[in-house]
Design a protein around this ligand. Structure first.
Ligand SMILES: Nc1ncnc2c1ncn2[C@@H]1O[C@H](COP(=O)(O)OP(=O)(O)OP(=O)(O)O)[C@@H](O)[C@H]1O
Length: 282
């Protein structure tokens, strides 16, 4: 059974069909990439999966359960995490604070409110900070720092800096760190290297490869095709709201329909396809 299964998903905005009947499945431990030209419907698809938007038709299942239209918070409880195309962080929180938000969200999910205590009781507990709460906080902090350490010198020395003071690339790293603190079962990354230079892109690629090697299931939107080709178990190509090709990276790379979608070429040979895709990635 796939971890994520999307069937017949449709989303219309007025006269525009942003997602027009998409099927997609991601098996546990696999990395599937969604590529396609601007406006193909990739981000809308992510929004439908992650509860930021509701489909007009179709179904989203996670681990066999119907999660269609579930609110993002409920999905976080199921440990489905995402990052955004332009990066979203809590600007006034520190790097560590941002990552702790993710860790706390996971803790709340694992330990539902104690009905006996109620909200006031929980607040009192947090204020008094008995030993158990302090130990829990210390463990979360250590865990958050370990996640930040995955980003090495980029984030570790900046753990106490507010997110607003960071470079764009670092804010994007913080967002991924926060998503990892949720200890996700499925991670959706929307263009994690957008706005990054070559060195930063290579670092991000290495990190995603590491996450994949650790067994994390990942759904990735990415325009940098070299990265897509090297990381993906499967590539799904969208154009105009529809899936026009899917399969192993090398097969997709040579698919004339894919070249046509990117560049409008109708007749291409294998070599030309590769060149066109490389150009499209620039
Ligand atoms: N909230 C909205 N209201 C109206 N139209 C929308 C809305 N969101 C998306 N669209 C339209 O749906 C289509 C798909 O957009 P989407 O952002 O999903 O594409 P994309 O593949 O993610 O593009 P990009 O690679 O540029 O991010 C586009 O035509 C877009 O203009």
């Amino acid at each position: 059974m796939p971890l994520l299964e999307v069937s017949g998903l449709v989303r219309r905005f007025g006269g525009v069909t942003a997602v027009g009947g998409v099927d997609l499945s991601v098996e546990e431990g696999r990395l599937v990439s969604v590529i396609g030209p601007n406006g193909a419907g990739k981000t809308t698809l992510f929004n439908l999966i992650t509860g930021l938007d509701r489909p007009d038709e179709g179904k989203v299942s996670f681990d066999g359960a119907d999660i269609t239209g579930f609110a993002p918070e409920k999905l976080a409880h199921l440990r489905l995490a995402r990052t955004f195309q332009h990066g979203r962080v809590f600007a006034n929180l520190s790097v560590l604070g941002n990552v702790l938000v993710g860790a706390h969200a996971r803790l709340r999910a694992a330990r539902p409110r104690l009905p006996v205590l109620g909200a006031l009781g929980e607040l009192a507990l947090a204020l008094i900070q008995p030993g158990s709460v302090r130990r829990e906080e210390a463990a979360l902090r250590a865990e958050a720092l370990a996640i930040i350490a995955r980003f090495g010198e980029r984030l570790l020395p900046r753990q106490d800096q507010p997110a607003y003071s960071l470079s764009y690339a670092n804010r994007r790293r913080v967002e991924i760190a926060r998503a990892l603190a949720l200890s996700p079962r499925l991670l959706l990354l929307d263009e994690p290297t957008a706005g990054m230079n070559q060195t930063e892109t290579a670092e991000m690629q290495a990190l995603i490869a590491e996450l994949k090697a650790s067994g994390l299931t990942i759904l990735l939107i990415e325009h940098k095709l070299d990265m897509v080709m090297s990381l993906s178990d499967e590539v799904v190509v969208m154009d105009d709201g529809k899936v026009i090709a899917r399969g192993l990276p090398q097969a997709v790379r040579h698919d004339p329909a894919v070249i046509e979608a990117y560049l409008g070429h109708r007749e291409v040979g294998g070599g030309a396809a590769e060149k066109a895709l490389a150009e499209a990635a620039e």
